[in-house]
Design a binder for this molecule. Structure first.
Ligand SMILES: [Mn+2]
Length: 288
């Protein structure tokens, strides 16, 4: 399953008329544990066809979103070849005045997307919020600086970041976090509104939001490369996303690391619905 015939959610604006461009990036080049993240974009696009566009709990009508779904990025080749393709595609979307929303793919794809938005909006204009089980702060991993386990090191080279939901890292990363005074909140701390607001206050108004699906508890999402117990439940992650949307302007986002398990479609559907909720805060769609 490496191709798709779908527009996200069955919503098909022309690219010109759209305000958000969905960019599927089926990259899995540096995966180190569970395989299958290259199938994530197609699984999310497929599941999104079955998500009700009216949300009874929030009163949001997602049919009002102006979405266009782009061709999948060609992810064949070494990371040094693939990363520039991603940066170029995201740069084009933002220079056309649209918000990029990437469907991964493994987490390393966030690095070039953040570089593109920082180049477009200017240094110190963009902050990054990451929802993730892992700190992803290794300088390099398995011989490449473009590893999923290094993505926040790449991000922090170009933009300040707040990392939420983190519950796993190496001792070297823990020392780095302490030395650099990086703002990294556990799932529990990030759910305390005062702590979350204080963390968000350190960032510029414009935010790139990167959501690793493993920030959610693996009992809900077993379909991910590196599952880590102790994550958010459905209501918790949405509460955090809502809070980010209330305090910041989300100018770009991604949802990464879904590795679909054949026959287990609830995680794919959950990811598609989460994508809808992220798109909803990006568009500023009012809550009833
Ligand atoms: Mn990650």
């Amino acid at each position: 399953m490496n191709s798709y015939d779908f527009d996200f959610g069955g919503i098909s604006c022309s690219y010109d008329a759209s305000s958000i461009a969905i960019l599927p990036v089926p990259y899995a080049g540096t995966v180190t544990y569970g395989q299958g993240t290259h199938e994530g974009p197609a699984a999310i696009l497929n599941a999104s066809q079955n998500v009700e566009t009216y949300d009874f709990t929030t009163g949001k009508n997602l049919e009002t979103l102006k979405l266009s779904t782009m061709q999948m990025i060609d992810c064949a080749g070494e990371p040094e070849e693939v990363m520039p393709r991603i940066e170029t595609a995201v740069a084009q979307i933002v220079s056309d005045g649209k918000q990029p929303f990437m469907l991964g793919g493994e987490h390393s794809i966030t690095g070039p997307a953040v570089r593109a938005v920082v180049k477009h909006f200017g240094e110190s204009q963009i902050g990054v919020v990451q929802l993730d089980a892992h700190a992803d702060l290794r300088q390099s991993y398995s011989g490449t600086i473009h590893s999923h386990a290094s993505v926040m090191s790449r991000v922090r080279e170009v933009a300040p970041a707040v990392q939420l939901g983190v519950r796993s890292c190496s001792i070297e990363e823990a020392k780095l976090i302490e030395k650099q005074k990086y703002i990294i909140l556990s799932p529990e701390d990030s759910l305390k509104t005062d702590k979350l607001e204080k963390a968000l206050e350190t960032l510029p108004e414009k935010i790139y939001l990167t959501v690793d699906i493993d920030s959610i508890d693996p009992s809900i999402i077993p379909s991910t490369g590196t599952p880590e117990p102790g994550g958010y439940n459905w209501y918790e992650i949405n509460k955090i996303i809502e809070t980010i949307g209330r305090f910041k302007k989300v100018i770009g986002a991604d949802l990464v690391e879904l590795a679909p398990i054949e026959g287990t479609h609830a995680p794919d559907f959950t990811a598609a619905k989460l994508a809808f909720n992220i798109l909803s805060i990006m568009s500023g769609e009012p809550t009833a």
